[in-house]
Design a protein around this ligand. Sequence first.
Ligand SMILES: [Zn+2]
Ligand SMILES: [Zn+2]
Length: 177
Amino acid sequence: MQLRIEDILPEGIEIEVRLDPDDPAFRELGLKGPVTGSFHIKKMGPQILVRGNVQALVALKCARCLADFDAPISEEVNIEMRPAMEMERFGHDIELGADDLDVEFFRGDVLDLGHLVAEQIALALPMKPLCREDCSGICSRCGADRALGPCQCEPPMEDSRWEALSELRDRLKKKRD
Ligand SMILES: [Zn+2]
Ligand SMILES: [Zn+2]
């Protein structure tokens, strides 16, 4: 979804987006439905301010128990778009925008809103998704789902490894003595 910069009115424009999950921009994101959002887009000299929000439902895998689950994503968008020429001329050391603004770059005379939205959703994805805040995960030894109750693997593997290690240490010590 592209917006021609010349179509942005002096007072700014309001845009409602509803993007197809099959859009190539979203291929990596595991979307479970359309992405929706609303933006207020305004020119500020050569810069363009994009403010608003995006919502999507994404398919995630729990980092602890590996269960698949869907999570709603809702992200505020506050971006200052700058002409890419500016970055090419000044390198990466150009001054950053106000605290609450992300700075991105655009090239030519169109804004690619689909790409912008995909990036915002990617940033909003949790680094360590959990199906529940208190998910107890699966046992690293037998693979049992600990949410269903304790398994037969007590004590945990870490402990027995330490035991083997300290036995080895004791043996080495004896040899030396
Ligand atoms: Zn889980
Ligand atoms: Zn176990």
